[in-house]
Design a protein around this ligand. Sequence first.
Ligand SMILES: Nc1nc2c(c(=O)[nH]1)N[C@H]1C(S)=C(S)[C@@H](COP(=O)(O)OP(=O)(O)OC[C@H]3O[C@@H](n4cnc5c(=O)[nH]c(N)nc54)[C@H](O)[C@@H]3O)O[C@H]1N2
Ligand SMILES: Nc1nc2c(c(=O)[nH]1)N[C@H]1C(S)=C(S)[C@@H](COP(=O)(O)OP(=O)(O)OC[C@H]3O[C@@H](n4cnc5c(=O)[nH]c(N)nc54)[C@H](O)[C@@H]3O)O[C@H]1N2
Ligand SMILES: [Mo]
Length: 838
Amino acid sequence: MNYSRRGFLKAMGVMSGTALLAPGLLTARPAFAADEAPGVSEDITTWRISGSHFGAIRAKVVGDRVVDVRPFEYDKYPTEMIQGIVGLIYSSSRVRYPMVRLDWYRKRHLSDTTQRGDNRFVRVSWDEALDMFYEELERIQKDHGPWALHTGGVGWRSVGQMHSCGNHMVRGVGMHGRSVGTAGDYSTGAGQVILPYILGSTEVYSQGTSWEVILRESKLIVFWANDPIKNLQVGWNTETHEAYAYYEQLKEKVADKSIQVICLDPVRSKTQNYLAAEHQYVNPMTDVPLMLAIAHTLVKEDLYDKTFLDTYTLGFDRFLPYLEGKTEDQVEKTPEWAAAICGVPAERIRELARLMAKHRTQLIFGWAVQRQQHGEQPYWMGAVLAAMLGQIGLPGGGISYSHHYSSVGVSSSGAAMPGAYPLNVDAGRKPKHDNTDFKGYSSVVPIARVIDALLEPGKEIDFNGAKVKLPPYKMAIFSGCNQWHRQQQRNRMKEAWQKLETVVAIDYNWTATCRFADIVLPACTPFERNDIDAYGSYSNRGVIAMQKLIDPLYHSRSDFDIFRGLTRRFDRDAEYTRGMDEMQWVEKLYEDCRAENGLKDIAMPPFAEFWKKGYVLFPEGKSWVRHADFRDDAELNALGTPSGFIEIFSRKIERYGYADCKGHPVWMEKTERSHGGPGSDRHPLWLQSVHPDKRLHSQLCESEPLRSTYAIQGREPVFIGPQDAAARGIKHGDLVRVFNDRGQLLAGAHVSDNFPTGVVRIQEGAWYGPTGPEIGALDTYGDPNTVTLDIGSSSLAQATSANTCLVEIEKFIGVAPAVTAFGGPTEVDPDGRKVMAP
Ligand SMILES: Nc1nc2c(c(=O)[nH]1)N[C@H]1C(S)=C(S)[C@@H](COP(=O)(O)OP(=O)(O)OC[C@H]3O[C@@H](n4cnc5c(=O)[nH]c(N)nc54)[C@H](O)[C@@H]3O)O[C@H]1N2
Ligand SMILES: Nc1nc2c(c(=O)[nH]1)N[C@H]1C(S)=C(S)[C@@H](COP(=O)(O)OP(=O)(O)OC[C@H]3O[C@@H](n4cnc5c(=O)[nH]c(N)nc54)[C@H](O)[C@@H]3O)O[C@H]1N2
Ligand SMILES: [Mo]
């Protein structure tokens, strides 16, 4: 072991001896330093370094080609996704040059928008493309106003603080004129709106109790709708994968029975399988009845913490009558009542209640359970349950909504992160078109309700205690997100899209968002530019240099260069760049960070030294217990709720008067639900579209070598249990049609014992590839959002309800249409004649 590596581990100070020796748990190719890595004869520390959501990497570049990518030598638990990077750079789906949709090229904003999606594009020069983009912005601001322009909320754009592409889009377009933005996100739309009322912060993006503390103090850990082993492979900033060291320890503690772990999930998750933990099955979308019945048992058996409720919470007295069946619905929330809905036997529900009350219990919730209709309720009810258990703020007890994300629970170094390229117009400056008149329409729309705006412009909807008047958008711009993956219900979306006069998409990949756009601009990948990133999102372990591996391929340009070119068209480019180039910005962001850390006595080398070495690592942080300060002194450290206490009953929410989100958590039947719920007679299978094991949403789907490790007959897998498969005459490896009234798609059957009857999975992010532009067309690759439902979670959060979705599946017979998702557009000349590749 070389010195610096040992120093790093010492600095991390967290791994037990066994964790050090144990093989990496997800390691496809171990991340060892050159002197110990099998089969690597070279010293990879001499290779160029870069960052990514999947971890820091070392890359070997020969001439102008990236030939090998390996995990950064300090990454002990690298993900297999790293192996997709070479395929990402050299994918056949790269956007090679600026292109314009054929009919838009001919008629501009008066084009036939029903042709969107037919995949015919004309190649143009950068000057032509940027002129068109600029002229459209001018037209929108002059003929309409800021209400007519939608700037799509950025998604999982690549890491890198300088090239963060959402910032470039917002700043560049913002210097020209205002537009309608978005509120919330697809990840935690319901959670981040409800939890501030209950616990006083969003919780979902908060640092959680340190893993050392949980491993030391917890006796029972419930992973509720949560699959951290799968989901920790990626992080918002360059991921360190440090959290996996603790899962290795947890696995040992499960084996020696010093910690009991229950994975509460309809599916046997990767986490449950890895830890060899108990699996507690629950019917999909029925966690609230289960939690209510656990709460009911706690009351009936006098196992709940009255002192905690009195000291730290408000409104239990308003909730208790509901639990006891003394309110309107007259239903007592007994284990027998819940068992009939959630599929967990009544005696087991009682046992779960007793276990949770008896032990130091850490509840850890994932997010998929709030990505469904009434998704606010399981989160609220989880907080009520944790309050009744009385362990919030105790080491190893209480509730977390974030431990599956970006190594939450690895203590923070406390160092400052490098800042990002400025998002806004500089202070004291105004946009070229300084128009603030939104004509009564809302300037911000909940992100998952964008399609509603196109279909029902002018409609007023509820949102978090306010009214939102949906604007009649005419133009939309997307960068760093894949709208045609992330948004639900493709065919509804297709119809809505026809109302847009102009759509601009900026990406390095020919995603479906590009296919359904009018002007497509090729960004370069993060491996084709210089940048820096934080190493570790919550741990903030250090700073990583993102050294350009190769020049931008084809005609692609960095987002910085793209918006410099756009702002030049209205003479604001010097202001846009502040007169600095890429490397000057990278150096400035680093030096600002260094100055800030200097004030904290955290030393960083000068930029040149850092850049040459490729990274700085910060010393370990202190362990920490979430909500401990509140428990310590609830007045001094009051929560951010209206009362300062945990609100089991929210007067504020009750006053909104929503039928679908009341003053305390309640069980509400879903629009559609499997296992005997509404709609299950026609479409009996619940389709969950969880986050992919070997992708980041739709990213890396284009990477052919990686895709080939999971695709079935070239299609996205649909995971199905043996009973459901047999009942339909489906065998592992068969091609199947997945359908409901909203759409249809082809997928490859992956039969797995992890899936119980009535539960199937297609991982989100599978590329949409319809047979044609028409509404209802068969999707040839397997995008689950072809069949998902586009309704708001409730009037409160208006979040996505992607996981409220029923389907039927049949074996596909006949000649299957070719997959159309990958490989880019059909290039045509302005007369529509196909251009032959040279
Ligand atoms: N059915 C269903 N749908 C879901 C979900 C679900 O669970 N089920 N999950 C939702 C969630 S939680 C999320 S976060 C969203 C994710 O939705 P998105 O964030 O939209 O998904 P990504 O596939 O990461 O899209 C990022 C895009 O940015 C592009 N990109 C990367 N780097 C750059 C760059 O430097 N410049 C530019 N211009 N572009 C770049 C990538 O090529 C990719 O096309 O999906 C949501 N949709
Ligand atoms: N590998 C990988 N990791 C990722 C991402 C990725 O794309 N790939 N994306 C990142 C992002 S942006 C996000 S938002 C997070 C998403 O994090 P989450 O939303 O927490 O993750 P999911 O994988 O969608 O689902 C987690 C678990 O919830 C279970 N589940 C679904 N519905 C229910 C239900 O009704 N009841 C119960 N009890 N369980 C249910 C599923 O079976 C699954 O095991 O992941 C992040 N991590
Ligand atoms: Mo997300």
